[in-house]
Design a protein around this ligand. Structure first.
Ligand code: SF4
Ligand code: F3S
Ligand code: FES
Length: 249
């Protein structure tokens, strides 16, 4: 959790982009709320305070409040981040909140990341492909600790969508699978239980909607709340594919 520790109580001003696409009368507009900052206050606490005391119609998503479910991602002063892991003390007295771009807007700060993530996972067939008669438990037991750690590292993705919201390519290419999708393939490539060949993975991501669409803009890696080495993974897969294309066999 980011923050500078607890200081004197401040009066916070929070500007929130409001819009309800289900309501034909609704127009996107900023609405300003004021509240007293409490010690160790997160944006999660601040938003609940606003909803409880000032406007019950304010929409935003939270499930775990612990940086695990990924549902509270939003633009915090223009930068994608997790509201439940952001201390108000790490921000100025005036804070601007807006929904993550790129995803379908449900209302106010709530977006439908799940719908996009599901479609992307289906498109990339992002699950272990294995013959039915292979004993998955045995394969798992044989995994070297170093490999298990590498896989675990990539599995830390919480599908929050911050990487897509920060990616210029995702804004330009509707079907770009983003760092989150490429990270899924990088993870499956490492998994000894997945019996697909490199050529099968390359068919899924070896084009402009995959590794060759990425322009190394690095926004994904800058904002990933799990600090995953996304660009390194993408660059590695791109190099492997280029080598395979230039020197087949
Ligand atoms: Fe979020 Fe990082 Fe996963 Fe992207 S890669 S969805 S930023 S956790
Ligand atoms: Fe986008 Fe990250 Fe590539 S920001 S362009 S996926 S390095
Ligand atoms: Fe789950 Fe913030 S509420 S990550």
């Amino acid at each position: 959790m980011t923050g500078q520790g607890e200081g004197a109580a401040r009066r916070l001003t929070i500007d929130i982009l409001r819009y309800n696409p289900q309501d034909p009368e609704s127009r996107p507009h900023m609405e300003t709320f004021e509240l007293d900052e409490a010690p160790s206050m997160t944006l999660f606490v601040a938003l609940n305070d606003i909803r409880d005391r000032q406007d019950p119609s304010l929409q935003f998503d939270f499930v775990c409040r612990a940086g695990i479910c990924g549902s509270c991602a939003m633009l915090i002063d223009g930068r994608p981040g997790l509201a439940c892991r952001t201390l108000t003390s790490s921000l100025g007295e005036r804070i601007t909140l807006a929904p993550l771009p790129f995803f379908e807007l449900i209302g106010d700060l709530s977006v439908n990341t799940g719908k996009w993530m599901r479609a992307m996972s289906e498109r990339l067939e992002a699950w272990v492909h294995s013959d039915a008669d292979v004993d998955l438990t045995r394969l798992e037991a044989r995994m070297e600790p170093e490999l298990a750690e590498q896989i675990y590292e990539l599995e830390r993705c919480i599908e929050c969508g911050c990487c897509l919201a920060a990616c210029g390519t995702a804004r330009m290419r509707e079907d770009f699978v983003g760092a989150v999708g490429l990270n899924k393939i990088a993870r499956l490539r490492l998994d000894p239980r997945d019996q697909r060949e490199d050529a099968d993975y390359y068919e899924l991501i070896g084009d402009d909607d995959g590794v060759f669409g990425c322009m190394s803009l690095l926004g994904c890696q800058d904002v990933c709340p799990k600090e995953l080495g996304l660009q390194t993974q993408i660059a590695y897969m791109r190099r492997k594919m280029l080598r395979a294309a230039l020197f087949p066999g």
